[in-house]
Structure formats: C-alpha cells, structure tokens
Design a protein around this ligand. Structure first.
Ligand code: PEP
Ligand code: MG
Length: 578
C-alpha cells in the first residue's frame, strides 16, 4: 500500500531507495566474530552486564520508594525487571554467542529483533506496545556492554538504501559520513538540532520529525524522500516513481549548472563584496568545501572530533586535524571553534561533567564547559595555535555570555602561547580570537565583546532558541521556532550595527546563513559574511549575485519598524522578489 508521511525536511533533494530500519540500540552495536576459546569469556561479559542492569534497576527502585515518585514508576521498573530476567533475554543470547561465535552485543540485538517481531504479531494493542520496554531494557544492557561504539552501514551496498530510525544523536549521524546512504528519516528531531545540521552536512536528502515512520515503514520497502517538500512516499506506484526520477534528474542538472559559479566572486549587482565561507565538522569535509568554491572555513565544529571514540583526542591528534584543514585551505581563513560540548552533544568518559543536567541547554555547555575543564581546553588551544603556523587559523569561543568568560578564555589562550614558547614550538602570535553571539545577552551588551575581540560570528540557531525559549531539537515546539519573529530581526540588526560601529567584522554561521529565504534579508541588514554548509554555497551565491543592496536596505528598514507578522510576511515577499 502506498502512503505519504509528513515531517521536517532538513536536507533538500530527492532520494529513492529501499528502507533499512535501525533501532537506536543496533546503531551502536559492533558486529564481530569471536574465537571458540573466547566464548566463555564473552558469555561472562554478557552475564556481568545483565547483573549490572539488575543492580541499576534495584537502585532506581530504592530511590523511588524513598522519594515521592508516582506508583506507576515502580510498576514500570517491575516490568523492566521481569523482561530482563526472562530467559528469552537473559539466557538465549548466551546460546547465540556459543552457537554463532558472535559478540555479546550482536547476540543480544539479534534476540531483541526476534522478540520485537513476536510483539508485532500480538493483537492486543497494550501488549504490543510493551515492545518499547524490551528495546529500553536491551539498551540498558548494551550501554554496559559497549566498550567501543559500532557503526551502521548499508546492509546491501549494491542498492540505494534509506536509513529509517526512531532517533539519531549527532554522534550517530557523524558516523554515517563514512558510509553511503541515499537518505535518512527519523521520528524525532527539530530543524536546527545538531542532528539535523550534521544530516545536512552529509549532503543527503533527509526528513526528521516523522513521528511514526519507524513503526509504519517495513524493511526493504521502496521509499521516496523529498527533503524540499518535507515528505516521504512509502511504496510509490509506478507513475509517481517515474515522476520523481525525472525531478531527481532535473535537480542533478541544476546542480551541475551551478558549478559554473564556483570561481565567480560573490558580488551584488551594486558591487558589494560578500564572503561566503563553509561550516565543517571533520577534516574530511574539506573536499566538498573546495568543490563549492568557499573562500574560507567560517566554523569548524571541533567538538565532533571528541565524539564516537574512546578517550579524548590527544594534542597531537587534534593538531594533525587542524593542520590538515589549515593547509588544505592554503592561506584562506579557517575559524576553529573551541569545543562546544554539552546540551545535545555529549561525550562519555569526562567524569561527572557531562552528566545530564535538568536543563542541559542552559547548563555547562560550550565556553562554560571549556573553562570548567582547563586541561582539556589547554590541550585544544595548544593544538589550534600550533596549527596556526600552517595557515590563517582563527580561534572562536562559543556561546559567550559575559565578560569574565571572555577574559578567562583570553588568559587561557595566552597561557597556551607561553607554554608553546617555552618549548620553542611555532605558532602565529597574531592569531585572531573571536566570539559567538548566540545568547540575547551578548547582543544587548555587544560593546563588552567588540572592545576585546577581533571578530564576531552570530550563531542564529542558538540565538533563536534562547531568545524565543524554544528548544531547537524538540519538534513539538518547532512551529514556534521562527527566524522572522520581530525580536530576532531586531536582534540581528542590533548585532550587525553594533559590530560595524566598532569596526569589528561580523558574520552569521547559523543555519539562517545557508537558507535562501534569508539571504537578502541578511544582506539588507548589512551582513557581508556568511558561513554555511558547503552544499548551500553556490545557491546562496546565485542569490547574492542578483541582489541590489540599496533596494534591500530600504525594504529592511521598513521591516524593522513593524512587529506585525502579516506585514513582515508581505515585506519579506518583496525582499525576496526578483
Ligand atoms: C548556532 O548556534 O547557530 C551555531 C552555529 O552553533 P551550533 O549550531 O553548533 O550550536
Ligand atoms: Mg550554537
């Protein structure tokens, strides 16, 4: 049966392929065979993990009976206890390890899939729903078992595959960079969540916030992912499939045509030059950056070097990564942001610091986290500074909110420079330091930052989240995430004007910079520096080439005088016309 699902398209384009379903648990599971002699050891590892989860559940039970938790929480834990201790989960995986010589994680997920299928056959809706409990129990055991996160890859590399998941963390998605999927779909996710941003950087059509796709889509079904129109067609009929193949072909031709603009300078009709830079997560993104003619890296989200690995990257490893990017850009600017961990980007193994806070987006993240972990911060600063000897490297501090954070960071940078001098290690002593403007407080008190910093970069993803109090990763409130809210337009105008007045360069590196709907608005607000995912660069350039700044400024000034959403809409249509 053919049907359509609607969600939020986070990367445009059309993908046609077969569904590969994945549960979060299986995503992180390594699959490997073990020697016969190691079977008892592997079984013991599995038994220890089950015992560990028993202890966790007991601990939770005790803390709940002591507190005033609702009675159903206890019942919920009892269900998990029963599932965990049922022979189908506690015993069968041991037999699978022994008979198939596979690792404990793999054996457990195989058995989980068998149980899920059995649950799917149950008529009673309540009992059928219990399969979610099975998955949660398995995930608990897997967490204890996992030493090294595994990878997900297409089951059949010969065919185009579309990954269908309930949810993917940014760390999961970054793993997908290594394996070619034609597209991916998730039930959860917001448009500027880090998961969505990394998805965009994969350059494959993706739709998130589909709610029930993981349950409604069956393994190997044919899917059409239409990222631009925010929809997925499951089991399309022949005519629809043909129509989409045609559109896919047309899009490919358009993409090829745009390539001609690669070396064209981004200059508006009235002669204003605009810098179009790229955002990257890993050094391997460089190829796409150069392919799309970026004139610099405006944001290297360095924290992705910290994810999906055991332990932390050493100074040497970080230095090699930063140097590769600096050298690859051959003298063009490379802005490396100090790690922005916390909130939705967790790193296990950093002691208690990455524990889940009640409001992680308002907790110990970004520069706060860097300052709370001085050794980690020093290691990174030394690595960035050493790379500055090999190109035009700049340091960017994320989520600055007050002067102390900036001053302490500047002291930390000087310390790192001193330690390099002592060791006679070369670096650029003039390395520029900039700050991200991502919280409304930073816009309100811009002079605090323009006085001391060399450049600024507006992170609109967080600026919108913090101004409108809308969790950027929560699709339940994504309709409230509005870049055209009058408060946002006014804040952007204030930030850009403040920086210009102080003579400090300012750019935007949030998702607004790569969204064609906002290119002309930002130009009219006075912005001349954009940094975006490289796949958006040429379309944004095309938009810049046909823009006339004086006309836009006049319309934007009118926009700044209104707070009526209908009027804003009408003016935006005029701004984007032509
Ligand atoms: C932003 O917040 O706009 C930004 C560029 O940073 P990130 O998306 O990594 O939080
Ligand atoms: Mg941010």
């Amino acid at each position: 049966m053919s049907f359509v699902l609607h969600g939020i398209g986070v990367a445009s384009g059309i993908a046609i392929g077969r569904a590969q379903l994945i549960s979060h648990a299986t995503l992180e599971v390594a699959h490997y065979r073990i020697a016969a002699a190691r079977i008892p050891e592997e079984v013991a590892r599995f038994v220890a993990a089950v015992k560990g989860v028993q202890k966790e559940l007991e601990g939770l039970h005790t803390s709940m009976t002591r507190g005033d938790a609702p009675a159903e929480f206890g019942a919920f834990l009892d269900v998990h206890w029963l599932i965990l201790n049922d022979p189908t989960l506690a015993e069968v995986p041991k037999e699978i390890i022994a008979s198939q010589h596979c690792n404990a994680e793999w054996a457990l997920t195989q058995q989980m899939n068998v149980l899920i299928e059995q649950f799917d056959q149950i008529e009673d809706a309540y009992l059928r729903e219990r399969k979610a409990d099975v998955v949660q129990v398995v995930e608990r055991v897997l967490k204890l078992l996992l030493g090294k996160p595994g990878e997900v890859r297409p089951v059949n590399p010969e065919q185009k595959t579309i990954l269908v998941a309930y949810d993917l963390s940014p760390a999961d998605v970054i793993q997908l960079k290594r394996h070619h999927f034609a597209g991916f779909l998730t039930d959860l996710g917001g448009i500027t969540s880090h998961t969505a941003i990394v998805a965009r950087s994969l350059g494959i059509p993706s739709v998130v916030a589909l709610h029930d796709a993981r349950n409604l889509i069956r393994e190997n079904e044919t899917l059409i992912v239409d990222g631009g129109n925010h929809l997925v067609i499951v089991n399309p009929d022949r005519a629809v499939l043909q129509e989409y193949r045609l559109r896919q072909h047309e899009l490919e031709l358009e993409k090829q045509k745009l390539k001609r603009l690669k070396f064209t300078p981004a200059t508006t009709l009235d002669g204003q030059h605009v810098e179009l830079h790229a955002n990257i997560e890993l050094p391997q993104d460089l190829e796409e950056v150069l392919d799309n003619g970026a004139t610099g890296i405006g944001l290297f989200r360095s924290e992705f070097l910290f994810l999906n690995r055991q332990g932390l990257p050493s100074e040497e490893e970080q230095f090699e990564a930063y140097r590769a990017v600096a050298e690859g850009m051959a003298g063009l600017p490379v802005v490396i942001r100090s790690f922005d961990l916390g909130a939705d980007k967790h790193k296990d193994g950093l002691g208690g610091l990455t524990r889940m806070a009640q409001n992680p987006a308002l907790g110990l993240r970004a520069v706060r986290f860097c300052l709370a972990e001085p050794r980690l911060f020093q290691t990174q600063l030394r690595a960035i500074l050493r790379a500055s000897h090999y190109g035009k490297v700049k340091i960017l501090l994320p989520m600055l909110c007050n002067a102390q954070e900036m001053e302490q960071s500047l002291v930390a940078i000087e310390q790192a420079k001193d330690s390099l001098r002592e060791q006679n290690l070369p670096f650029d002593p003039e390395v520029e330091v900039g700050g991200m403007i991502e919280v409304p407080a930073a816009v309100m008190a811009m002079s605090m930052f323009t006085r001391r910093l060399d450049f600024l970069s507006i992170g609109t993803n967080d600026l919108i989240q913090y101004t409108l109090a809308v969790d950027r990763a929560d699709d339940a409130v994504s309709h409230l995430y509005d870049p055209l809210h009058p408060a946002i337009i006014k804040l952007l105008a204030q930030a850009i004007r403040g920086a210009h007045k102080a003579g400090v360069p300012i750019s935007v590196c949030g998702e607004m910079a790569g969204d064609l709907a906002f290119t002309r608005l930002l130009l009219g607000l006075g912005l001349r520096g954009f940094s975006m995912h490289p796949s958006h660069l040429l379309t944004v350039k095309q938009r810049v080439l046909t823009a006339n700044v004086p006309t836009l400024e006049e319309l934007v000034n009118r926009l700044l005088k209104t707070d009526d959403s209908l009027r804003i809409q009408v003016l935006m249509e005029k701004i984007n016309a032509g």
